[in-house]
Design a binder for this molecule. Structure first.
Ligand SMILES: Nc1ncnc2c1ncn2[C@@H]1O[C@H](COP(=O)(O)OP(=O)(O)OP(=O)(O)O)[C@@H](O)[C@H]1O
Ligand SMILES: [Zn+2]
Length: 744
């Protein structure tokens, strides 16, 4: 086995070539391990494999599932190569998928094998084609001996139909041993059961709801793109409640009518539930689902179904982007602005951007939809790279919610409370009218900080530079970064004083308590990822809210997106400033997006909605734009500011995060890197500086930031840089984040 070179890296000197008279054919195989390069293997005699074939290859003492990659293997002595163990009977990984994997690796600097691993998820060798199941049927021959039980079983089988043994036994009210006896006796015989009925396919010819004029023109434009068998990107920029879902479902219908497949991505599984119902309403069948909590068996079925083309539509989290569709004609990225499309471990990729790339390789249409599009997508639309479809009004003549600010400096609540009097009186009115209130606070738990009244000690995570968050419901303190947890102590661990620990600041649990104390009769639900056990429970909770079984919803960011609660008319943002101060070039954009989205949950039914933003900075341009309902104004100002600062999308960013088990080793390597940074036109290297979250999971973090002009090939720059610096040692790691979204 020998490494095939890539990216112009110097190759190890070749072994002296031995000319063999019967050189077996060789292939390049990429393995789903942390290797960037493909490895060369000999192909066993009589076996034919082409690029994309799934093969089993020995690696060290293991066997790995790999994919035959493109490119001619280097000339090597085949007798020194390991030989493939076999070829897997599964559709090959398409050329488009192979280029997709190459490109992501090239862009993110992740090893290609690591990217390939994402593209092989759900591949289950044990569960190839489901085997036909065996049942029994009557032969018509009389048994040698009759008993009442045998008579009952034969009567039940007299229609000649093939049934599973257990099914027949149950229908006849006898035990399966009676069935076995009849089988041995020749009165029953084994036969293959008919395959289970196929799940119904979505029917794109079913009529959708009548669309408004604006919806219809956007839908027609999308349908034309989705039916065209060409790469196109469209941005559906429609205010909250404008009916973007109905519009992109028309694009799905067009892709299906063109005989192609569709992938719809949603940022959170909380959103996929409601989407599935709307799909079922529209197309008469549920689409396949793909996300982290889908079980292994189902995953391999979905993977097989999309590869064979039998599954036509998949609703997925970001990892669905790596499914091997047979003929993908449309990718929809719903809530395209959402930060959770960015994966920030392993391969650091942004699923929204990679969806556009996949669309290009597949000659597919890509639809990005949001009420608060990312600045990147807005600018791409303005430059004419993406078609822009605007839905400026809510569906059905409904008004957008009126947004007001509550100045917490002058009109805040009394000490120890978190809901301002104006918000409380709006809640009183809302309850009296039989309508719902949503209180939004982006903080899980009861209180973000616990300190000792006697000595001032703060409860900190031992592994992270973060406070422990009190979760009173579970009576525990929890680190939200590493998961470290322990029971809330009775006495201060530092000075030993009993009952001196006090909770500082609110989390959603504390807001719930305050709301319950004020409105003892109200039915209150809390929506926070740590309090809901899985997707089913969450759906039940969301359904209960939509039915009106809840008066007040208290929730974290998971409630801000996409939900439709018709009876909800009041939204209170408990801390509207939470993201404003962050050292993040997108702080303003994020604040706008989150608040506009959460406000957009109000007034989606018959009655108008309003939103109250509790803020210490009512003069901040983002808060002012929200209050003035000046969406376009916000984008204009934000675009100008980002342009002036050379920030994305007008410039490029990349981060190198150096981490080590001690601060000294991390810092030392960060300095080595800083010194090795190549000089290049249009590139600035900032740092090294301690990351805002200086320690996570026991690792000290130092950050270097690259800011570059749009014309700079940042991945190439980073690659040259890393090659020029000494490799990290002593447990130091360097993570590369191209286009970072998170700056903690
Ligand atoms: N043409 C239509 N006919 C009937 N109902 C519609 C139509 N368009 C939208 N609606 C309804 O209006 C509501 C809002 O639509 P939808 O959820 O698609 O909006 P959205 O633009 O995705 O909103 P958001 O971005 O806030 O999630 C839904 O209840 C939807 O069923
Ligand atoms: Zn921690």
């Amino acid at each position: 086995m020998r490494a095939g070179g890539r990216r112009g890296r110097p190759q190890a000197p070749a072994e002296a070539p031995l000319i063999s008279t019967f050189a077996p054919p060789t292939v390049e195989v990429l393995l789903p391990v942390g290797l960037d390069r493909a490895l060369t293997y000999a192909v066993p005699e009589g076996v034919a494999v082409g690029p994309g074939a799934l093969v089993i290859a020995p690696l060290g003492r293991r066997l790995e599932l790999g994919v035959v990659w493109d490119g001619a293997p280097p000339q090597v002595d085949a007798s020194r190569l390991k030989t493939l163990e076999g070829v897997v009977d599964a559709p090959p990984l398409s050329e488009a998928m192979r280029r997709f994997v190459d490109w992501i690796a090239e862009y993110t600097l992740a090893p290609r094998g690591q990217v390939l691993r994402m593209a092989l998820r759900g591949l289950d060798l044990g569960a190839a084609e489901p085997k036909p199941k065996i049942g029994v049927r009557a032969t018509g021959q009389a048994p040698s001996r009759r008993t009442p039980a045998r008579d009952k079983a034969l009567a039940a089988a007299s229609d000649g139909r093939v049934r599973a043994k257990a099914e027949l036994a149950e229908a006849a009210g006898v035990s399966t041993s009676v069935v076995d006896g009849l089988l041995a006796d020749g009165a029953l015989q084994a036969a293959t059961l008919p395959p289970p009925p196929r799940p119904p396919q979505p029917d794109p010819h079913r009529p959708g709801p009548p669309l408004s004029d604006a919806q219809a023109s956007a839908a027609n434009a999308l349908a034309a793109l989705a039916g065209a068998r060409r790469f196109h990107v469209a941005l559906v920029d429609g205010v909250t409640g404008s009916g973007k879902t109905e519009v992109y479902l028309e694009a799905v219908a067009a892709a299906l009518k063109a005989g192609r497949q569709a992938l719809v991505m949603a940022p959170e599984i909380a959103l996929t539930g409601a989407l599935l119902d709307r799909f079922a309403d529209r197309f008469g069948a549920r689409p396949a689902v793909w996300h982290a909590s889908v079980g292994d068996k189902r995953r391999s079925a979905v993977r097989r179904g999309v590869a064979s083309g039998e599954i036509r539509v998949v609703v997925a989290a970001r990892s669905g982007l790596f499914l091997p569709f047979a003929d993908l004609g449309l990718i929809v990225v719903d809530e395209e602005h959402d930060a959770s499309y960015k994966q920030e471990e392993g391969v650091f990729y942004n699923a929204r951007d990679m969806a556009v790339l996949r669309g290009r390789f597949e000659q597919a249409a890509v639809v990005l939809a949001s009420a608060t599009p990312s600045l990147e997508s807005r600018v791409n639309a303005e430059r004419g790279r993406y078609a822009k479809l605007a839905l400026p009004d809510r569906f059905g003549g409904r008004a957008l919610p009126r947004i007001e600010a509550i100045d917490m400096r002058t009109a805040g609540p009394p000490r120890g409370q978190w809901l301002a009097p104006k918000l409380v009186s709006a809640m009183i009115q809302t309850l009296a009218a039989g309508e719902q209130t949503l209180l939004f606070l982006n903080r899980r738990g009861y209180a973000p900080l616990t300190l000792c009244r006697a000595c001032g000690h703060r409860m900190k995570c031992p592994n992270c530079s973060a406070w422990l968050v009190e979760h009173r419901f579970q009576a525990r303190l929890v680190c939200h970064h590493c998961g470290h947890t322990g029971p809330t102590p009775r006495s201060c661990p530092s000075c030993g004083t009993a009952d001196a620990l006090v909770a500082c600041g609110p989390g959603v649990e504390r807001i719930r308590d305050e709301a319950q104390a004020r409105f003892p009769e109200a039915r209150i639900a809390i929506l926070s990822s740590d309090l809901i056990a899985g997707g089913e429970a969450l759906r039940a909770e969301l359904d209960a809210i939509a039915r009106g079984d809840v008066d007040i919803v208290v929730g974290t960011q998971m409630v801000t997106k996409g939900h439709n609660f018709p009876n909800l008319t009041l939204v209170g943002a408990v801390d509207a400033d939470f993201a404003l101060g962050a050292a993040d070039p997108r702080a303003g954009e994020r604040t706008f997006q989150i608040l506009e989205q959460v406000a957009g949950r109000a007034g989606r039914g018959d009655r108008p909605g309003r939103a109250l933003l509790q803020t210490h900075e009512p003069e901040h341009p983002v808060i002012k734009a929200l209050v003035a309902a000046d969406r376009e104004g916000f984008y204009r100002v934000e675009t100008a500011a980002r342009q002036a600062a050379g920030m994305p999308p007008f410039g490029r960013l990349a981060a190198l995060i150096v981490s080590g088990t001690t601060r000294e080793t991390a810092e030392a390597h960060a300095r080595v890197l800083a010194r090795a940074a190549p000089k290049a036109e249009g590139v600035r290297v900032l740092g090294p500086a301690e990351a805002p979250l200086a320690m996570v999971r026991g690792r000290h973090r130092i950050r270097l930031l690259v800011q570059a002009g749009r014309e700079v090939d940042v991945p190439a720059y980073l690659r040259a840089w890393l090659a020029a610096a000494a490799a990290p040692r002593g447990g130091v790691r360097v993570a590369v984040d191209v286009d970072p979204q998170s700056f903690v």
